[in-house]
Design a protein around this ligand. Structure first.
Ligand code: IPM
Ligand code: MG
Length: 357
């Protein structure tokens, strides 16, 4: 088969990590007889600098015309002082929304070889964990009405969290369907003791839960969840939550795996076309230095094969290669955690993974 993949390399370490993932896809394609054709589109700071806007029309059209899309990262200090609606991050939210990608799957699992890199106590990591975070991606406060105004104490700024029943229902269904293929446990995270939008969230999730009697569904308040993730991560299977809570909790969950440099994500909608990206950012401090960990992007490419193209064996092949390389003790700098061990560059780590494919 031939697949057309749109590449959004973006800013900072984006180009390095995306080119690592492209090499991996090419190797897997050659092994299993698929052709992957790649087309670059501009997004983020580089797009602002080149064509004057973070999300050019050509990019949106190109992504909608691709079979799937792989993204590096956007943003950097150079664009931090731009007005909010012109920032590179706005382009990322824009492309997710333009592609109708309301589901963000963020798996956080412990690789046994990385137990030492986790900041958690040995007796906690010993039990292992495998969390599938299902984050709502095109609603809530990141997309709500915002602005500046004159308030009670003078000038103020506001952002609004709003969720429709429809948006909650469809993300809840994704969570339950996902749980059916895993350990049949959903923890729905909200702040229903304070927020009205969370009360609607909870009500709606309960209604959908009734369609999945085999799945155990529990509510958890977001502050408690933040604590439980570091106290007992083994209790989680599928976590479903709003855009902002999912953004925050997925960074926390990534850290207990050893490094945010390990976490892949898939953004999905109602078609097979998805957007795949590492959950980490553009890491401007190490950009262009060949130091980045390419694994999150390589694992994102594996998720693309699995979720967009149903190439399960090929996806397994990439994930197994990553496992083997970690088992052999190879580490990028982020996985050394301050220990004095030899580390590989981005391209060296990529080569090790290629060797295992
Ligand atoms: C992420 C990032 C983005 C988000 C930012 C860069 C807009 O933090 O993918 O988690 O909040 O979704
Ligand atoms: Mg984030």
């Amino acid at each position: 088969m031939n697949y057309n993949i749109g590449l959004l390399k973006g800013d900072g370490i984006g180009p390095e990590i995306v080119s690592s993932a492209v090499k991996v896809l090419e190797k897997v394609g050659a092994k299993y007889g698929h052709t992957f054709s790649f087309t670059d589109y501009l997004i983020g700071g580089i797009a602002i600098d080149t064509v004057g806007e973070g999300l050019p029309k050509e990019t949106v059209e190109g992504c909608l015309g691709s079979d799937s899309v792989l993204l590096g990262a956007v943003g950097g200090p150079k664009w931090d002082t731009l007005p909010g609606n012109q920032r590179p991050e706005k382009a990322l939210l824009g492309i997710r929304s333009a592609m109708g990608l309301y589901t963000n799957l963020r798996p956080a699992k412990l690789y046994p070889a990385l137990k030492d890199a986790s900041p958690l106590r040995a007796d906690i990591v010993e039990k292992g964990f495998d969390i599938m975070m299902v984050r709502e991606l095109t609603g809530g406060i990141y997309f709500g009405e915002r602005g500046r105004r004159e308030g009670k104490y003078g000038p103020e700024a506001y952002d609004t969290e709003a969720y429709s029943v429809m948006e909650i229902e469809r993300i809840a269904r994704v969570a339950f369907e996902t749980a059916m293929k895993r350990n049949k446990k959903v923890i729905s995270v909200d702040k229903a003791n304070v927020l009205e939008s969370s009360r609607l969230w909870r009500e709606t999730v309960h209604r959908i839960a009734a369609d999945y009697p085999e799945v155990e569904c529990t509510d958890m308040l977001v502050d408690n969840t933040a604590m439980q993730i570091v106290r007992n991560p083994a209790q989680f299977d599928v976590v479903v939550t709003s855009n902002m809570f999912g953004d925050i909790l997925s960074d926390e969950a990534s850290q207990i795996t050893g490094s945010i440099g390990m976490l892949a994500s898939a953004s999905l909608g109602d078609t097979s076309r998805g957007l795949y990206e590492p959950i980490h950012g553009s890491a401007p401090d190490i950009a262009g230095q060949n130091k980045a960990n390419p694994i999150a992007t390589i694992l994102s490419a594996a998720m693309m094969l699995r979720y967009s193209f149903s190439l399960m064996e090929e996806a397994d092949c990439i994930e197994n290669a990553v496992n083997k390389v970690l088992d052999k003790g190879y580490r990028t700098a982020d996985l050394a955690m301050g220990r004095d061990i030899p580390t590989l560059s981005c391209s060296e780590m990529t080569d090790k993974i290629l060797e295992e494919i």
